[in-house]
Design a protein around this ligand. Sequence first.
Ligand SMILES: [Zn+2]
Length: 80
Amino acid sequence: MSYNAAKYQKPMGSRHGQACPNFPRKKRFRDLKEAKTKLVNYRYQGKLELEERGETTFKQKRTYYCNACKGYHITSQDKM
Ligand SMILES: [Zn+2]
């Protein structure tokens, strides 16, 4: 790789949307604010769906910090 090409490569870890090594299928958020915003959004969609159909697939409850990817995830599980 030439010097010029390397210059445009972003360092690993700072890339947006990077998959988590522990939970590659989980959505990853760079910071808590981003995760919380999304969680509020999920809750709102869940509320609408619940009112409309009596059930919802949006069951996300809380955000948590992930050591594996140094980012945040949203989970539907209660804290252990
Ligand atoms: Zn993670």
